[in-house]
Design a protein around this ligand. Structure first.
Ligand SMILES: [Mg+2]
Length: 266
């Protein structure tokens, strides 16, 4: 049976949508740090809005990323002729060690990137619902918007098109543009900054993986961790999930559309 993603909220800002340095697992404790400015002021200097794609522009509860994840396993089964359990373990080993499975396969086995990306992103996106609330919230942000993804441009375009947000972005910086150096490697961000003339101190980054915010935060970006909705299914791996306050996370939200809507109300 086809699983449908949770819809991006179009309702009024909910508790937890604007949590600054709140306990990430609960979404409680709004503006937990006394003396910190409200989010609407903290983004006043931002003129470049940068978004991760997978599990950020669409919810982590969606089945899209798991489909891609399984296609990666299938690709490796066909490539190595091994059983699924062995390939799954190898896949996660490469992902952990190199940032992406592709990088591991390219480095250790000379895998053709185009063939790999075409295969793994050949997934059914019909369970991904349009996100009009997110689209209008992104459209209302002052400045340019970019997608920064460890996936391919084609995957980002097709997914953004499905969400109804593709027309809002100036460009997509993908794993090919990064010369297959993936986030969270510093080089990936430096190439992105250079390619798109991004001044980190005037840019904000939205990401579902806290580790991908470390270097951007150190370079002056305002960082927002996008978390699964409270009680929602989280398909990320346990080591990928932040379980507490982290200094490189300026804000966290489980409702990206509501968070953005709050910022453009300035
Ligand atoms: Mg992501």
């Amino acid at each position: 049976m086809t699983r449908h993603c949770e819809k991006q909220s179009g309702e009024a800002i909910e508790a937890g949508a604007l949590d600054r340095l709140a306990p990430l697992a609960t979404g409680a404790g709004r503006f937990a740090q006394a003396g910190r400015s409200a989010p609407i002021d903290s983004f006043a200097h931002v003129d470049t809005w940068v978004f991760d794609l997978d599990n950020t522009l669409y919810p982590a509860s969606c089945d899209l990323w798991p489909k891609i994840d399984h296609r990666i396993t299938l690709y490796m089964i066909r490539m190595f002729g091994l059983d699924g359990v062995s390939c799954r373990a190898l896949q996660k080993h490469y992902y952990h060690r190199y940032g992406t499975t592709l990088r591991g396969l390219m480095t250790e086995h000379g895998t053709d990137a185009d063939a790999f990306l075409s295969f793994v992103h050949d997934v059914d996106r019909s369970s991904l619902p349009p996100a009009p609330a997110l689209a209008s919230a992104i459209a209302a942000l002052p400045g340019r918007k970019l997608i920064l993804t460890n996936g391919s441009r084609r995957h980002a375009l097709e997914t953004a098109r499905r969400l109804g947000v593709d027309h809002l972005f100036e460009d997509i910086f993908d794993i090919i543009a990064a010369d297959f150096v993936a986030k969270p490697h510093e080089e990936a961000y430096l190439r992105f900054f250079d390619r798109h003339a991004v001044e980190p101190a005037r840019a904000a980054l939205f990401e579902d993986l806290a580790r991908n915010l470390v270097f951007p935060h150190a370079r002056g970006m305002t960082t927002v961790l996008v978390t699964p909705a409270p009680g929602g299914e989280d398909r990320r791996e346990s080591w990928e999930i932040a379980h507490g306050r982290e200094p490189h996370v300026d804000f966290s939200t489980s409702d990206l559309a509501a968070f953005l809507r709050g910022l453009s109300a300035r």
